[in-house]
Write a protein that binds this ligand. Sequence first.
Ligand code: ATP
Ligand code: MG
Length: 395
Amino acid sequence: MYKAFLIKYSEIGIKGKNRYIFEDALVRNIEKALTRVDGEFQVTKEQGRIFVEALSDDYDYDETCDALTKVFGIAAICPTELVEDKSWDNVCKKVCEFVDRQYDDKNFTFKVMAKRSDKSYPLKSPEIGREMGAVLLKAYPEMKVDVHKPEVYITVEIRAHAYIYSKTIPGPGGMPVGSSGKAMLLLSGGIDSPVAGYMISRRGVKIDAVYFHAPPYTSDRAKKKVVDLARKISVYTGSIKLHVINFTEIQMAIYEKCPHDELTIIMRRYMMRIAEKLALESDCLGLITGESIGQVASQTMQSLRSTNEVCELPVYRPLVAFDKQDIIEISEKIDTFETSILPYEDCCTIFVAKHPVTKPNVSVIRKSETKLEDVIDEMLERAYETEEIIEIEPE
Ligand code: ATP
Ligand code: MG
């Protein structure tokens, strides 16, 4: 039974003097993720490594691995045997027992990797590797050494304690959430925007979200779907502050006053403006959308240009070059797909024109928007005033 996990991280290892910021964020995020797992844990940082130690025997191993595979910044998770008595004889005994427990069939090639951060230890790393190899060969003659391409690496690390591991579970990669600032995700109930939020969050960005709701044209079920999606991605991104904006009045005004074929573009421009205002108020450094070039009329390059020009903050569109199938694969992996395809109405589909412009001209769009001049400020004001905020916590 493993009592500890050694956490390997890759990219944060190259951040020089700022490295501790990344490491501390990772430790914090691991601690937070483990609060959802049965058991008590201690997370410690030690010379380029993070160790997770289970403080009792009855912790849930599978749940622990599952939680750790969702913490951005982790490159790999090694379930590790922790040996408190690190005297050489005891370590040899424990390594033999470890191999016996892990491998019923010992017909494999191996190499012992040794690391010694306790410099007072009587054997140096190369000696530990060599001697341990000999001990194992003697104990299990079926095993064979292959120093170039072994089937199994058996690692022994001598630190405050000795650690033995041979198994590596891939982590989600990326950087610890909170190490790169915050951005505002335009989250709809579709397939794309949850994936976009997940991807940007993987780069260490904390996420706030905004959903444009159009009651009674969009139902409470549609809103609940967005809340459910936010909760699903929050397992990766951490807690999300979701702003729900009532967009009905603005949408109706656009519908009444502007050319119908420009409806979606103008609507999208107002979404961006509102999202930017909310973003600036909550210290976000950018917006995130699930747009992808050419996916629909409102995402041609001309359309993207015209929705992009209304805000100053950078707009991150991580899916811009992805095919729909690639996006679906990620949404299946992060378990948002089934929720995303629930058939609830979306505010964009309700008022959608039969033949929307696919190559909007920015100056034409600006001119159409002047038709809203008399009413829009008041409407925006009301939208901000009636904003609902939902704090989403991972389950
Ligand atoms: P998605 O699958 O994310 O809904 P989509 O392919 O349906 O995307 P659109 O409906 O054109 O594309 O929306 C493009 C982007 O605009 C979305 O990815 C999302 O970021 C944002 N968006 C659209 N509708 C809303 C909404 N009701 N609330 C918040 N953001 C929205
Ligand atoms: Mg959509």
